[in-house]
Design a protein around this ligand. Structure first.
Ligand SMILES: [Zn+2]
Length: 109
């Protein structure tokens, strides 16, 4: 087995220990100096800019969040987060005339 000398991505300390595996199978580490987790060869984001653009464009074509989930395997919460951070997409949402707020559950007498 090859011993790798790894440094904490946050504080640069070499006092890191193996800490299980990430869901994608990568080795996870925990830093003893700053207490933060890190992993080997981290991916910068779950989705690349290009993927994100494509999915948001699909959303603007009136695809539903659940439809996007079926097509791209992207979680509705992830798309909702992007929409929050993207003023352009939020404007498109406005044109659809849908609001998340204002829907009440019927109350029973
Ligand atoms: Zn650290």
């Amino acid at each position: 087995m090859v011993v790798q000398i790894l440094l904490c991505q946050h504080c640069g300390s070499d006092r890191i220990v193996r800490n299980g595996r990430a869901p994608n199978g990568k080795q996870r580490f925990l830093c003893h100096t700053c207490g933060r987790p890190c992993r080997q060869n981290p991916s910068p984001r779950g989705y690349s800019e290009a993927e994100r653009e494509q999915i948001l464009r699909a959303y603007q074509e009136r695809s539903s969040l659940r439809g996007l989930q079926r097509t791209f395997g992207v979680a509705p919460a992830t798309v909702a987060k992007w929409l929050k951070n993207s003023p352009k997409a939020a404007a498109a949402e406005h044109h659809r005339g849908r609001t998340a707020a204002g829907q009440r559950r019927p109350t029973r007498a």
